[in-house]
Design a protein around this ligand. Sequence first.
Ligand SMILES: *Cc1c(COP(=O)(O)O)cnc(C)c1O
Length: 645
Amino acid sequence: MNESRLLSVKMRASARGEHVSGAERIVPAAAAPRVAAALVARALSHSKGEPDFVNLKLEDPGEIMRLEALRVSTCVTATAEEGRRAAADILRGAGVGRVDEIMALFSETHSMRGAMLLDADTLERLEPDRERGVRATRMDAAPCAVGASSAASAAKKNHFAEAVVLATKVANAPGIVGEICVSDDPDYVTGYVATREIGYRRITTIKEMGDPRGGRIFLYRGPRSGVAETIRFLERQSVVVDGVPGSPPPAAPALDAASALADELAAIDAAGLRRACRVLHSPAGPVAAVGEGEEMREVVVMSSNDYLDLANDSRVKSAAAAALERWGAGSGGSRLTTGTQDPHRELERRIAAFKGEEAAVLYATGYMANVGVLTALAGKGGVILSDELNHASIIDGARLSGAAVVVYRHADMDDLAAKLSSCGGFARRLVVSDGVFSMDGDILDLPRFVSVCRAHGALSVVDEAHATGVVGATGRGLRELFGCDAPDVTVGTLSKALGAEGGFAATSRLVADYLVNKSRPFIFSTAPMAASAAAALAALDVLEAEPWRVARLRGNMEFFVGECAKAGVDVRDGGSAIAPVVVGDEARAARISEALLAKGFLVPAIRYPSVAKGAARLRVALMCSHTREQLSAAAKAIGEGIAFF
Ligand SMILES: *Cc1c(COP(=O)(O)O)cnc(C)c1O
C-alpha cells in the first residue's frame, strides 16, 4: 500500500432517523482502519444514546486544500438574549443587514440536517434541498493528516476544534460572507459567528440550557450562478486546516484588551449589575435635587450615611471654612513628614476621649483605616478571622496583609470560637468584625465577641463605621450600648454620622504608636486637610451638645418599620440606621428602585457584589431629620413597588 496515500473517513450515526453523532478525518490510508474503528466506537458510546444506524464512508479525498485556521476569540455573555445581541452586532459589523430577521430563522434550522444557505441581502434560501440543507464535509485538522496518532484523537471528541475546522472551511468557501452557528445540543448553550476577517468568535451563552433548537446559517453574497460552486466546495472539496487550537482562548486575550473590557461590561449590564454614579445637585441632606435639565426634581434621600444631618450643618461648615482660611487647603505631606497640623492632633485626642480610649490614629478615610490596621497588626504567619458579611475594606485589608484568612459564619460566635480553636498554630491571631453590618444593619454581639477573642488570645478589631453617632444613647457606639469592655481596636469613619471625612483607629497608646510606625496607608499617603479634621471636631461638638439627634434617628427607624408593616413591607430593624428590604432578584430590585425614584424617593438597589447573588435589596438608610410624613410616604411607595414588580 502506498504509505503517503490519504483517505477521507466519515462517520454518521443516527437513532430512529435522528442524527446522533458525526465526525470525519483525513488520514494516511494505513491508519484508516484504526481511525474508522475509533469513530464507530465513539458513535456507539454517545451521550445522546446508542445509535441504531452507523454509516461509515471511506473515500479518496481527491485534491486537498490546506487552510490556516480562523483566528479564535471569545465573547462572554451572561444570557441567551445578550448572546444573540452580541452575534447580531458582530454580523452587522461584518456588513450584513437584516440581522434580526436572520436570527429569527433559527426557529427553522434545527430540523435540518445540514445548514441553511441564505442570500445575505435578500434572505432568499439558496440550498436546493431545504429539508437537508447544505453539509460542509471532507475536512480535518492538520495533525491527523500527517501524524499517525489519529485513532486516539478520533475517539475523543473535541467539539471546539471540530467547529473551528468547519468554520474555517465555510469562511473560505467562494461567496460566503459569514456563518452563524448555535449548538443544537440541549446541554450546550454556546455558539459562534465566523467570517474570514473577524475570525471565529465564540459566544459563551447564546441560547437557554435545555433548548434543542440550534443549527447553522451560511450567508452567501454573489451571483446565483455561483451558488452551485459554493455548494460543491462545501460538500466535496477536501480541506485540511493548519493551526487549530486545542481549546478556546481565555475570555480576555491580551491583544484585544479593550474589546474584552467592553464584553465584560456588556455582561455586567446584561445581568442587571451595571453601575454608574448618580449626580446630586444639592448638599447632603434628607432632600436632594436629581436628574438633568428639565428633568431635574427634588427627591427624598433614603440612602445617605449622613445619619445625623451634620454634613450641611452650619456650625460644621463654618468650622471647616475657618480652618480652611487658617490652615490652607492641602496638608502638604504625609502624617509622618510635614502633614500633621494642630487640628489633626486635636482630633485624635478628641476621638480617643469620645471612644474612651487612650489614643486614636487618624487616616484619610475609613477604608484606609481598615487596610492600615489589618496590614499592620496581622501579616505572614498570622491569621485573620473575618465575619462573612464584613465590609469590603476589611476584606481588602485582610487580603493585603498576607495573613491567612478564615471566614466565619455571620455573627456566629460559636463558629468563631471553633475556628479560633483550630488556629492555635498561628503566631498571631486577629478577629475582625463590622460593629453594624453595612448591608443588613444588624449589630455585633460585642460582649461575646470580646470574650471569645480574649479566651483564645486573639486581637479583636471592630469597625464602627455605621455605629459611631448611631448606636448607644449618645452615639458612642457598641460599647456604650452594651456597657462592656472595648475591643483591642475600634475602627471608624468620620464620613458617615459625623458628616465630615476621614477614618480612625481608637485603641491603646501602645497599639497607636505601633500603627504610626507600621501602618502603610498612614505613612505613605498625604494627611487629610486640616479643614476636614476641623469639620469632624465641630461635628463631635454638635453630637455631644445635641444627643436628641441620636434619639430621633432611633425613633425614626421605629416609626418607619411600623409604617412598613402597615404597607405590607418586610423590613428588618437591627438597631441601627440601616434597614434592608430584601427583594432577591437583581433586575427586580433595580426596577423597584427606579419606580421609587420616579415617585420621589431615592432608595438604591444594592446588588452583587455588595451583597450575595440573588440577595439584592433595597437598602433604606434614615436620617434624624426625615419627617414622619416623608417616612410614611416612603413606606407606602415601597409597598406599592414590591406589589407591582
Ligand atoms: C463606609 C465604611 C467604611 C469606609 O469608610 P470611608 O470613610 O467611607 O472610607 C469602612 N467600613 C465600613 C463598615 C463602612 O460601612
